[in-house]
Design a protein around this ligand. Structure first.
Ligand SMILES: Cc1cc2nc3c(=O)[nH]c(=O)nc-3n(C[C@H](O)[C@H](O)[C@H](O)COP(=O)(O)OP(=O)(O)OC[C@H]3O[C@@H](n4cnc5c(N)ncnc54)[C@H](O)[C@@H]3O)c2cc1C
Ligand code: SF4
Length: 334
């Protein structure tokens, strides 16, 4: 590990100033992702600025039914919060499907949203990777692609975003509050991450020195009937091959509202706008679920690979979407 300076400032503004002033500085949340990268040599900052203890660690009810989650709230606390479990079960389930109890006790809301890809080539500093070293090439193209993207990838990077929490936040229309060198601003969570295009080294639209300070969940009555379904190689302690976060409202057998996002299939938590369009106003039937999946996956492009590639993700995601919707509609009928 390369030596670095460590700072623990008094407040968020001072943390932003410290990182902004040094292009080789990074924020440290719970450290469960960044510390691994320091050890592997994937990250080699000059300065590490600890923020987990100075970010809000509270979950607050705001006017209009908004739930504000401080960026310092730990994943286990967020998953266990009564309001989250009742009003946004998809978020609680997504968090509990990720990592292990010990990791969730450390991981922060801000750090979870900004964790980096688990692409094995990204984590191996001996091989080319455009995300780690722009212009060096992508070892995953033609390599091991079981865990890689089928939607929105580019020839420069086919990695997927790993966070389960972020998929639920995307389906829930969450808003991200950011403190940057120019002050505070808010952006839709769905716009936080970016597709790789020809600059895969940039995971998000944030600029250097931007600190996530909170995430707001707007009131969404439909979210009370929501679920997260994750398919992975092992029952626990594994990242998603595919995942679905969904919320639906059904009246007299017709879907009146639907929110859907996918994980494990793109460089971003993927909001399934086309699927939602097919679902809204349609009868809650298997044909509708199939049509929704077909619409969303029309542009899906699997990657070939030494391990047989990842074309299996397309039928797997179809079935996972249908199973999640079936479950929610069944619960709604009770
Ligand atoms: C063995 C293992 C299994 C795992 N399995 C899963 C899984 O199945 N699903 C899943 O979703 N996750 C999984 N994880 C990942 C885990 O959820 C993340 O490591 C964790 O959520 C990151 O949060 P953190 O606070 O520790 O972030 P850190 O490691 O502290 O930081 C992560 C990144 O975010 C930046 N950062 C941190 N906080 C802020 C902020 N407030 N504003 C701006 N930048 C910030 C840091 O600079 C760094 O780049 C696993 C991790 C491990 C080690
Ligand atoms: S898929 Fe992306 S992260 Fe993985 S090796 Fe290629 S460029 Fe790097």
């Amino acid at each position: 590990m390369k030596p670095f300076d460590y700072r623990s400032p008094a407040d968020a503004e001072a943390a932003v100033r410290s990182v902004t002033a040094n292009p080789a500085a990074v924020f440290l949340g719970g450290g469960t992702n960044l510390v691994d990268h320091l050890k592997l040599g994937v990250a080699a900052p000059e300065l590490v600025v600890h923020v987990a203890d100075l970010l809000p660690a509270t979950i607050e009810d705001l006017d209009g039914g908004v739930l504000r989650i401080g960026a310092g709230v730990r994943n286990s606390e967020l998953a266990a919060d009564r309001r989250v479990r009742e009003r946004f079960p998809v978020l609680s389930q997504a968090l509990l499907s990720g990592a292990s109890g010990q990791l969730r006790n450390m991981a922060t809301t801000g750090g979870n949203a900004l964790q980096r890809t688990r692409c094995v080539y990204f984590q191996d500093v001996t091989v080319p990777c455009n995300k780690r070293q722009p212009g060096s090439g992508c070892s995953a193209v033609g390599g091991w692609t079981r865990h890689h993207a089928v939607l929105g990838a580019s020839e420069h990077c086919i990695a997927v975003h790993p966070s389960d929490m972020a998929v639920a936040m995307t389906a829930l229309d969450a808003q991200v509050r950011v403190l940057g060198p120019g002050g505070e601003r808010t952006l839709p969570f769905v716009d936080l991450h970016r597709l790789p295009a020809d600059t895969p080294e940039r995971d998000t639209v944030l600029e250097h020195g931007d600190l996530i300070i909170a995430i707001d969940l707007p009131a969404r009555p439909v979210a009370r009937r929501s679920a997260y379904r994750k398919v992975r190689d092992r029952a626990s302690y594994a990242f998603a091959l595919v995942s679905v976060a969904a919320a639906v409202d059904v009246r007299d057998g017709v879907i009146t509202d639907a929110r859907v996002a996918f994980g494990g299939v793109a460089h971003v938590p993927w909001r399934a706008h086309r699927a939602e369009q097919m679902l809204r106003g349609a009868p809650a039937t298997e044909e509708t679920y199939r049509a929704a999946a077909d619409a969303e996956l029309a542009d899906a492009r699997p990657a070939d690979g030494l391990d047989g590639g990842n074309a299996f993700k397309i039928p797997l995601l179809r079935r996972t979407l249908a199973a999640t919707l079936r479950q929610l509609v069944r619960e709604d009928a009770r």
